[in-house]
Design a binder for this molecule. Sequence first.
Ligand code: FPP
Length: 251
Amino acid sequence: MRELDPERLPVHLAIIMDGNGRWAQQRMLKRIVGHQRGAETVNMVVEHAWRLGIQYLTLFAFSSENWSRPAIEVRALMSLLKKYIRKETARMMRKNIRYNVIGNRSDLPVDVNETLDEAIKQTSVNTGMTLTLALSYGGRQELSMAARRLACDVRDGKITPDDISVENFGTYLDTGGLPDPDFLIRTSGEMRISNFLLWQLAYTELYFTETNWPDFTINEFNKALIDFQSRERRFGKTSDQISPRNKPSNA
Ligand code: FPP
């Protein structure tokens, strides 16, 4: 297998962490046990991404659609998230990692929001990796909220319809200020985007693995990154026009 090239890592890596429930059910365990094991994989991925110097890591932790799961699972997931953030904030401080959240925070329980506020405030001084948690997040919801904000700015005379462009539309999204993801990993064999970062994934390289999230290992993570490095990213241009950074490692 090829070696990982530290010079050609994705600047922004996004992950759809799927398969916790199936992992648990295959072992006759409760679904929440799958989420608990999934949180351990989160730790491994954060640690490894940080070690490699990846600047932005975005994790799809809870979708707008996940609210329709059984109440007991939703409660358990919220409690797990709160515990994780509380427990790991000290580590984020040591590693200079900044927390960020995208999604509809007004849907989240008050105690989860308080914990997030505290963690975001505390880690806001950090300048290393930005760890974004997508919570109560849906891409269509984000786009429609952005359209609302933009319409208000037009109404208030801050911009005119002619000012709207691909560049400034992005600033109305929850991810305003973050670069678009270079690479997206989805675990558990499902080959879809599931309403995640619909605008931002326009030119993202996609990677799907059969492995359920709790079984996703550091070796698999490296394998995915090596696969990313074998891709030629042309952004609509010809192969001759693109920079060496976007050429496959073996080219
Ligand atoms: C999808 O698996 C996963 C989720 C809905 C939640 C993801 C949560 C974690 C990985 C744990 C906590 C997160 C953090 C950031 C600490 P699924 O339940 O849809 O699996 P299934 O498709 O097999 O049912």
